[in-house]
Design a binder for this molecule. Structure first.
Ligand code: ATP
Ligand code: MG
Length: 347
């Protein structure tokens, strides 16, 4: 069986370091491993509209921003198909048929949707499109017969729901669809990177992000005002690591070999952590180190972005080409689906 990746992001803002460690970095590694037959990376504009119906300009303006983030991180349009969801109308059609296989109570149980509804303050006025987006996500994944979906752990319930839809479809009709497997980051800190405010998830909608394309000065300021241990008041006080966002980010980004250049008094992250817990190590010093660590990772990405930003029409052309290709693949799956459902009257 072919090994196929599908994953993507909502164009609700530029991409942040949570996206990077949760999924983007992994995608680039998988792309360059040469182990996958096909890779599809989707900009989920239709999904973004489910909770931004009144703000289409926001979604529109972020299409090229997300594409720039993709390519500056190393996603290569020669190896991965980058495309825009709304161009592939077949995905909407699949969603409609899959809706018949999912109950309202099952959707209500989806923990990610539950918490996102709360977060967005929808209360009882939940847009139907938002409520049912896990079904549309199942359509996105299965249209490409994806075997592997690299995502952060907030997406686990979505993949579980997609797998259920596949099983239901295949047993009700014919074995057409492929059950996808989730691929989570292997580093715990990366599964759901917290926001700079210490809140559970860095998220475009929460405004607690360090964006990949933030200026070095903005990144420095964001790090300096980051949440640490509120009881660590004087340098000599012992500090806590649990819930200390600066250390969580170090867990996500720091490699021991970075100490030699940026903080040679220590040889590894564990030594730094031990000192912090004993007392005698100030937050500012740790934050300055985190800044150096982050910039080491982000500088080459930002330099590539500056180059790519010079030719936005070329970026849009890449998305257009990718979307045409994605549409062909999805159309093939849709025709198999319709055949299995016995609604292919004229073929
Ligand atoms: P929104 O607030 O609009 O939902 P978001 O910041 O949650 O935006 P998405 O586009 O929904 O971003 O997520 C895209 C991908 O990035 C998903 O695979 C998701 O799991 C991953 N991701 C998003 N935020 C984080 C995070 N803080 N840590 C790890 N992975 C993340
Ligand atoms: Mg999200």
């Amino acid at each position: 069986m072919k090994k196929i990746i599908l994953t993507g992001d909502r164009p609700t803002g530029r991409l942040h370091v949570g996206h990077y460690v949760g999924s983007l970095k992994r995608r680039v590694e998988l792309q360059n491993s040469g182990e996958y037959d096909e890779i599809y990376i989707m900009i989920a504009d239709a999904q973004a509209l489910t909770d931004n119906a009144d703000n289409p300009e926001k979604v529109r303006s972020n299409i090229s921003e997300v594409a720039l983030d993709y390519m500056s991180c190393g996603l290569d349009p020669e190896k991965s198909t980058l495309f825009v969801q709304s161009y592939v109308a077949e995905l909407t059609e699949l969603t409609f048929y899959y809706s018949n296989l999912v109950t309202v109570s099952r959707l209500k149980r989806n923990p990610t949707v539950k918490s996102e509804i709360q977060l967005r303050g929808f209360n009882s006025s939940i847009p139907v499109g938002f409520f049912t987006y896990p079904i549309s996500q199942a359509a996105d994944i299965t249209a490409f017969k994806a075997t592997t979906v690299p995502v952060g752990d907030d997406q686990l319930p979505m993949i579980e729901q997609a797998r259920e839809i596949v099983r239901s479809f295949n047993s009700t009709y014919e074995e057409v669809l492929v059950e996808p497997n989730v691929l989570l980051p292997d580093n715990k800190a990366c599964m759901r990177l917290p926001g700079t405010d210490g809140k559970a998830k860095m998220s475009k909608s929460l405004g607690n992000c360090i964006y990949l394309s933030d200026t070095p000065e903005d990144i420095r300021k964001k790090i300096m005002s980051m949440y640490t241990d509120p009881d660590h008041i004087r340098i000599e006080d012992p500090g806590k690591l649990e819930g200390n966002t600066v250390f969580t980010y170090l867990d996500a980004f720091c490699r021991d070999e970075m100490f030699a250049e940026h903080l040679p008094e220590y040889s590894c992250l564990q030594e730094l952590k031990d000192h912090y817990q004993r007392g005698g190590l100030g937050d500012v010093k740790v934050k300055k180190f985190l800044y150096a660590v982050l910039m080491e990772e982000l500088s080459p990405i930002q330099a590539r972005r500056k180059e790519l930003e010079k030719d936005i029409p070329a970026v849009m052309e890449i998305l257009h080409k990718g979307s045409i290709k994605a549409k062909e693949v999805a159309a093939q799956t849709l025709s198999e689906v319709k055949h299995a459902m016995r609604i292919d009257y004229f073929e």
